[in-house]
Design a binder for this molecule. Structure first.
Ligand code: SF4
Length: 766
């Protein structure tokens, strides 16, 4: 296809700006064919069905950023970088990692990242590198957002879950504004449907009158940081007014005998006052929930990054479980993931088969490892020490911990003290600037990519995206980088994989037989399976789809674990035939495929606890609930405001777009403040002020809005990136939020940060 033909075509791909990854089609600029000229929703995408929000219209700012990396870089002694060739880079990195492993053990090499909102495919192959090094500890952004929730749902259900807002009678959101942060497919369409329907209700628990709260029938405008009191009061009302689904609980749950007296003792009037919501409104909301035929509830970062976050995850589940809202249409359901990330239910330390298991801990700080992830806020503690088990080297892939994790100052200090830091990324990020070596990868539109955030029900979809552009010279896709490192470490040789290479040439049935045999008999093949698949099956896949090789194994594992789900989705025949036809469907459908169809009651078989029963009683959470009565919310008079650091706005997204020009409105990201607070400080719209926290300060421009409560401030996420527009001058537009946050401000159990509850002070700048 020539350039003219290529630019007139619509190319199917996905938006990469939030976890939904809506299917889109892009047309290239006919004069500048490496630019995206037009974008529209892909109506053939089986999940998003043509839906998009406004954000992907500006994706060309990502594709054509000026700070792209196009050569491996090595840090010179003076701190500057020099370009080097790939052979040198891989050889030196493997050599240095090997030396650290040999001297200090593989567990001294820490892995962070592995993919963002939509690029999980490449990181799958990192597993082989980590096995080659004997690396044991890892983390990613989920460990500053979701691990408290994962821990709770592991203890209560032993499975991941999501909610059916499309069909629910009552939708409840806590600390979530789906109008901007989405979180479920076609969010704005569904929110409008609920808001318009007099028989359905929308309940929003949020200090801020967000776009979603504007649509709500019940807006419980809590005082920032009081989510737990509000949720405890709602659960207390359900028990005290005898609104719980007693028969359903007797059949499906254990632990009610411990929970009921606890909730019966909740002083509802006192907790209503503590959270700032009128008691009548709380009671009306609780009764509406109890009366509904179906309730779906979702929490998000507004709650998960505030104080009591793990406790609030527990209490919010109590509300829909006490009212019997699980495993039916319009309620909450157990996920059927395509790739078992091991994230959604691992780490809670309980299983149907073996009961309670010891929890894993990080080697230095002894922090709980949930879902296999070290808490992000703990990472500097694991490095900045002379402890013999400290992390001494780090591999960072598709992630930017210096900017996106709490306490940038401390993170910079920690990463700067490592013996070796290897960063794999598309652009020169704040983390890459500290690296010993930087390895450039193609953008998400220049390679095969996929997201493993597949959370739909009863139909679930998976989308393997094809490259829209050729990858530029000097970059390598992540699977190739990982394969080369494993080979340079001497862990996998041509001789090891030669028989499987030959088998792959004879077709997938022969390959499958030989691969299964090798997995059972050859420890090297089993140990490095992702890279083995990439090197053997990969080259035989059509249209250069070698990176999809690992999905072949994923198809077999999925069909083996979920034969009925696959059969209902049309993948029939024996297990091998069904898995192979699923893999073919993934390769052949550029808009994605439905890989699972389920029944709501299937959720019960996925509750991986004894007798498939939900567990209501978690001792740690019962103790925390009791403390609410005696430990009121603390205020620091030196920092009278509460800053929400990281609001999702129309002009903000994840930090993958580094060029600040992508935000047409609000280039620098304004600080929102209530009119009364602005007046008290003598501030007018567009005035500048100094925002200070215990950890740092930043100059901000203010926007006055009554959507916030007095005493509450808010800044958007995704700003404050250090961007070189190509002239060697680094500019920072907007506030880099984690210059203001402190790593010790975190949840007592999961270690998740309190970004939405940062004590702050504001002073006018004259
Ligand atoms: S930002 Fe999210 S909701 Fe909006 S188009 Fe992209 S993936 Fe879809």
């Amino acid at each position: 296809m020539n350039e003219t033909e290529k630019s007139s075509q619509w190319h199917k791909t996905a938006c990469i700006l939030c976890s939904l990854n809506c299917g889109i089609e892009v047309q290239l600029d006919e004069n500048e064919p490496r630019h995206i000229a037009r974008i529209r929703g892909d109506k053939a995408h089986p999940i998003s069905r043509g839906y998009t929000c406004e954000k992907p219209q500006r994706l060309d700012f990502y594709q054509n950023a000026a700070d792209r990396l196009t050569s491996p870089l090595r840090r010179r002694p003076d701190g500057t970088f020099e370009p080097i060739d790939w052979e040198t880079a891989i050889a030196e990195i493997a050599d240095k990692l090997g030396l650290i492993r040999d001297e200090h053990g593989g567990e001294s090499i820490f892995y962070y990242g592995g993919g963002g909102q939509a690029n999980h495919l490449g990181g799958t192959y990192a597993d082989s590198v980590l096995k080659a090094l004997g690396s044991k500890f890892r983390s990613n952004a989920l460990a500053q957002e979701k691990t408290g929730e994962f821990w709770v749902q592991g203890k209560m259900m032993g499975t991941g879950m999501h909610s059916d807002f499309e069909h629910c009678e009552v939708a409840i959101f806590i600390g979530k504004n789906p109008w901007q942060s989405h979180g479920f497919n076609r969010a704005r369409v569904i929110l409008r449907q609920i808001a318009k329907d007099p028989d359905r209700s929308l309940i929003v628990i949020d200090p801020r009158r967000s776009e979603t709260a504007e649509l709500a029938d019940y807006h419980l405008a809590i005082i920032p940081g009081t989510d737990a009191w509000c949720l405890a009061a709602l659960a207390g009302i359900l028990v005290q007014e005898n609104l719980i689904a007693r028969d359903w609980l007797a059949e499906h749950a254990t632990g009610l005998d411990q929970i009921e007296p606890l909730l019966a003792s909740i002083p509802v009037a006192g907790y209503a006052e503590a959270c700032g919501v009128p008691e009548d409104l709380l009671r009306a909301a609780a009764r509406r929930i109890a009366q509904a035929k179906s309730v779906s509830m979702m929490e998000d970062l507004g709650m998960q990054m505030s104080i009591h976050s793990t406790l609030s995850s527990y209490l919010q589940r109590m509300i829909w479980l006490l009212t019997g809202n699980f495993g039916r249409p319009g309620t909450n359901y157990a996920l059927v993931p395509f790739v078992a990330l091991n994230l959604l239910n691992k780490g809670a330390g309980i299983s149907r088969e073996s009961g309670e298991k010891p929890e894993k801990r990080s080697p230095v700080a002894g922090a709980r490892i949930i879902s296999g992830l070290v808490p992000c806020n703990i990472i500097p503690d694991e490095i900045l020490t002379d402890h013999p088990r400290r992390y001494r080297a780090m591999i960072v892939e598709s992630a930017n911990p210096v900017h996106s994790l709490a306490d940038s100052q401390r993170m910079r200090e920690a990463l700067g003290s490592l013996d070796l830091l290897v960063v794999i990324d598309v652009a020169m990020t704040e983390t890459a600037r500290l690296a010993s070596y930087v390895l450039p990868a193609p953008t998400q539109y220049e390679k095969y990519e996929a997201s493993y955030f597949n959370i739909e029900f009863p139909q679930n979809g998976f989308h393997l995206r094809r490259p829209v552009f050729d990858s530029p010279p000097g970059t390598l896709p992540e699977p190739e980088i990982h394969a080369r490192i494993v080979e340079a470490l001497g862990e996998l040789t041509d001789e090891d994989i030669a028989p499987l290479k030959a088998a792959a040439q004879q077709g997938r049935p022969v390959f499958a037989r030989e691969f299964m045999n090798a997995m059972a008999t050859n420890p090297v093949i089993a140990k490095f399976a992702p890279v083995v698949l990439y090197r053997t099956l990969g080259p035989t896949l059509p249209n250069g789809a070698a990176s999809a090789a690992v999905l072949w194994a994923a198809c077999h594992l999925f069909v083996q674990a979920n034969p009925l789900s696959a059969r209902r989705a049309g993948f029939t025949g024996d297990q091998f035939t069904a898995a192979e036809s699923l893999f073919d469907a993934i390769l052949d459908n550029p808009s994605g495929v439905i890989f699972a169809k389920d029944e709501y009651e299937d959720s019960w078989s996925r509750v991986r606890l004894p007798d498939n029963k939900i567990n209501l009683a978690i001792p740690e959470m019962i103790a925390e609930t009791q403390k609410l009565a005696t430990e009121p919310l603390q205020r620091n008079p030196d920092y009278p405001f509460v800053l929400s650091a990281g609001e999702r706005r129309s002009e903000s997204a994840n930090t993958i777009i580094r060029n600040p020009d992508w935000r047409k409105k609000s280039h620098a990201g304004l600080l929102h403040i209530h009119p009364q607070d602005a007046a008290n400080l003598g501030l007018k719209a567009d005035d500048s002020a100094r925002l200070s926290t215990r950890r740092g300060s930043a100059d901000v421009v203010i926007e006055i809005t009554d959507t916030l409560q007095p005493g509450h401030l808010s800044l958007p996420n995704g700003l404050g990136l250090d961007y070189d527009a190509g002239d060697g001058v680094i500019m920072r537009v907007g506030v880099s939020l984690n210059e203001l946050t402190a790593s010790e401000d975190r949840d007592f159990l999961a270690g998740t940060p309190w970004h939405k509850h940062v004590p702050a002070r504001l002073e006018p700048l004259k």
